[in-house]
Design a protein around this ligand. Structure first.
Ligand code: SNW
Length: 293
């Protein structure tokens, strides 16, 4: 696990933080200076004080995408907006990037935050800081329907699509024998190549794969657990007051059920990872981190 302390181990700290955060986040948190968290806003090292500039992706449904009005939405976007509001900043400006451009742009200060189901890894932590994790799931190999690919060995000799810079690219290079990796700027380009027969399979995040399966005749052929790299918000290194405020509010938005409600809205029917639910709901029968999709 990349997370140094589990959510369970932090029970006592969480209770204390929740009490603080509850008072900080209740009521109208849109008024600057109305909450304890917002008072810390002046210490946040943001490009424009009072605004959070976010590098994201406009085409990574259901995590981050633009709707018919050009507005950013999706699970990660809506959850980030909740957390930002809790730290006292409602002005959040999202900009679409290729995935491979997000972390460099955050690292060199062009954006305050990167939000795009970005898995926390030691390698990425060489260039950016991360909030605590907020999403853990599977990496999924998508094939044409009936391709009879069910395990990594079946991919031998295939051309496999990956989005440049993703964990899928790294995982496939290290673990899938004899595949020819074909790198794309985004998943839509990979799925187009899959549908036209240019590649034999495409490797994406599970919820994106599930989304494509509602539109195209594809199978979710292989699911690789990626719980050791939960997604976090990527931050410019050293902005510690901002990171700590985000983490306090992230816990708060899990404890008050906001995370659960957004998860059910954007990922309907998907197995619910236990660790992000309100403490009172953890360990119930229908919540499990280990359920295979
Ligand atoms: O590691 C997983 C995590 O467990 C959760 O399922 C959300 O996605 C991941 O963070 C992996 N996401 C990929 C990555 O971090 C691709 C992100 C993307 O395509 N936007 O490289």
């Amino acid at each position: 696990m990349m997370r140094t302390t589990s959510r369970f181990a932090r029970g006592a700290a969480l209770l204390a933080a929740t009490t603080l955060a509850l008072s900080a986040c209740s009521g109208d948190d849109s008024t600057p200076g109305s909450s304890a968290a917002a008072d810390q806003g002046e210490n946040f090292d943001l490009i424009d004080p009072g605004t959070i500039r976010v590098a994201s992706m406009g085409d990574a449904r259901p995590y981050t995408f633009t709707d018919e009005n050009g507005e950013f939405t999706g699970f990660d976007v809506e959850f980030f907006k909740e957390v930002a509001g809790c730290v006292g900043i409602d002005d959040v400006v999202f900009t679409g990037q290729d995935f491979s451009a997000i972390l460099p742009a955050v690292a060199n200060g062009q954006f305050d935050v990167g939000v795009a189901a970005i898995g926390i890894t030691e390698e990425r932590q060489q260039t950016v800081d991360f909030s605590d994790g907020y999403l853990a799931g599977y990496l999924t190999v998508i094939t044409p329907e009936g391709a009879s690919i069910t395990e990594p060995e079946d991919l031998a000799g295939q051309r496999l699509g990956v989005v440049q810079g993703t964990l899928q690219e790294t995982y496939a290079a290290e673990n899938f024998p004899d595949v020819e990796l074909v790198r794309f700027p985004d998943n839509n380009a990979g799925i187009s190549a899959l549908n036209s027969g240019t590649i034999g399979a495409h490797f994406a995040d599970y919820e994106a794969a599930k989304q494509y399966a509602t539109q195209y005749d594809v199978d979710l052929a292989i699911n690789i657990p990626s719980f050791d790299a939960p997604a976090g918000f990527a931050l410019k290194p050293g902005n510690d007051d901002f990171r700590e405020a985000l983490n306090t509010c992230l816990e708060q938005k899990m404890e008050d059920g906001t995370w659960r409600d957004l998860y059910q809205e954007w990922f309907p029917g998907s197995p619910m990872p236990d660790q992000y639910l309100p403490s009172s709901e953890q360990g119930s029968d229908d919540a499990s981190e280990t359920t295979t999709p």
